[in-house]
Design a protein around this ligand. Structure first.
Ligand code: SAM
Length: 233
């Protein structure tokens, strides 16, 4: 009973933190992405372009949708918690659904490929990161492949907050509380990130999605990337 109360409290705090320092920040800065031309990371593009034509792909945490039309021979469905970002993706002609990575609105084993680029690091507890990864594995069909990117500890912008300066319309990294306070706080939107140590992301996948086999793990664009395959035909 006390244990359950503790769990509930922990969840409420985690949700409040993510609402304030992840979802609200993406919602408030979404309009910036309307005309922005962010380049796809080459290794993600290469992975998507290597897929078999006709594959059904889910991009969980798709943002404004930069990976949704990389490979025009596959069908890609985007999913994001931010309604304003989904609306931008939709206006570019993409198929998207507003939903939470922790409770994906899809049946088990329905996608050939799932990608999660820069999303899992936004969950504030290990239980929530594990739950997010479990959901990615659940919706993947046997034999299906998963690509996950999450921010690395082993990089120069090792920090827990990324600022967004509205007047300059650009993001910047803050190394610590002093730096954050020294800037005009009204211009700052601090985003929460968990930084993964080498092996941590793969370890979580192996522990919480035992039916996945890790095919590849590498460092790219200050993130750790894991490519894994679900057992079965
Ligand atoms: C760093 S952005 C990456 C966007 C996109 N994957 C890309 O690489 O351009 C992180 C995205 O994760 C989304 N996100 C954060 N928490 C989420 C959650 N619980 N469920 C679904 N999406 C979430 C944010 O709204 C945001 O669009």
């Amino acid at each position: 009973m006390v244990d359950q109360q503790c769990q509930d409290e922990k969840r409420t705090i985690a949700e409040a933190l993510e609402n304030e320092h992840v979802h609200k920040v993406y919602d408030q800065t979404a309009h910036y992405f309307r005309n922005a031309r962010y380049k796809a990371w080459p290794k993600v593009g290469h992975f998507l372009n290597s897929l078999e034509p006709g594959s059904l792909v889910a991009d969980i945490g798709c943002g404004h949708g930069k990976y949704l039309d990389i490979n025009k021979t596959v069908f890609t469905l985007g999913c994001d918690r931010s309604a304003p970002l989904c609306s931008i993706a939709q206006q570019s002609g993409h198929s998207v659904v507003v939903s939470d990575n922790l409770r994906l609105p899809f049946r088990d084993a329905c996608f050939d490929v799932v990608i999660s680029i820069g999303v899992v690091h936004h969950f504030t507890t290990v239980q929530r990161r594990a739950q997010a990864l479990k959901e990615l594995g659940r919706v993947l069909c046997p034999g299906g492949r998963l690509m996950v990117y999450a921010w690395a500890f082993e990089q120069k912008h090792r920090t827990v907050a990324v600022g967004f300066n509205f007047s300059k319309r650009k993001m910047f990294w803050c190394r610590g509380a002093t730096n954050i306070k020294s800037r005009n706080p009204s211009l700052l939107h601090k985003r929460y990130y968990h930084v993964f140590r080498e092996g941590e992301l793969g370890g979580l996948i192996e522990t919480f999605i035992p039916e996945m086999e890790i095919l590849e793990s590498f460092f790219d664009h200050s993130n750790w990337c894991v490519v894994a395959q679900k057992n079965g035909v």
